[in-house]
Design a binder for this molecule. Sequence first.
Ligand SMILES: C[S@@+](CC[C@H](N)C(=O)[O-])C[C@H]1O[C@@H](n2cnc3c(N)ncnc32)[C@H](O)[C@@H]1O
Length: 198
Amino acid sequence: MNWLNYSEACARNQAVILEQLAPLLPTTGTLLEIGSGSGQHVIHFAATLPQLRWQPTDLATNLPALGANLLHFGSDNIDPPLVLDVTAERWPVSAANAVYSANTLHIMGWPQVVALLQGTGRLLKCGGLLCIYGPFRYQGQYTSASNAEFDHWLQQRDPQSGIRDFEAVNAQALAQGLALERDIAMPANNQLLIWHKT
Ligand SMILES: C[S@@+](CC[C@H](N)C(=O)[O-])C[C@H]1O[C@@H](n2cnc3c(N)ncnc32)[C@H](O)[C@@H]1O
C-alpha cells in the first residue's frame, strides 16, 4: 500500500523533531497526538520509542486515511485512531502523560487554538507535557520572510487561520496552568514549544 495523504514536510522534519523530543518525553505512559494528519509522525515516533503508548487523533474527515496508514505502517504500541475535534466538549481520551501536535495552530482558527489549550490543561496531570511544533511570530515579527509569505497565503485561503503570536499562545497556555519549559528553534523557521502542567 502507498501512504495516503503523504507529507513531504513530515518526512523531512520527523527525525529532527524526535531528536529534540525524545529526551524530554516521559519514559512510560500514553502520548496523545492532536491533528495527526497522515500519521507519519506518530508512526515514526512510536517505532523509535516503543516504551510509550501513542494515541493518534484527528477530525472525522481525516480518519479513514490516517487509519489505513496506521494499519499498514504502524507498530503495536499505537492505539486505533480516534476522532478528536479540539472544540468538542468531551474529548475521547480521559488521561495522557503528554500531548503532541504539529502544524495545527496555524491551520485552526483562534477559538480552536484556545480550545486545544483548554482541553490539554484539563487532560494533563501535574508534570504532564504539551509539545507543539510549527511556525510562530515573536513580538509581532515573523522569524523569516518565507513565514510571512506562508502566513499571507494561509490567510487568503482561510481568514481564520494564520501563524500565531507566541505571546498570545503562551498567555492562553499559562491561563490553563501550562508553564513554558522550552522554546527550541528548529530547521525551516519552525519552533518546538514545550509546556508542563503545574
Ligand atoms: C497541516 S495538518 C498537520 C498534520 C500533521 N500533524 C503534520 O504535521 O503534517 C493540520 C491538521 O490539523 C487538523 N485539525 C484542524 N482543525 C482541527 C480541530 N478543530 N481539531 C483537531 N484537529 C484539527 C487537521 O485535520 C489536520 O490533520
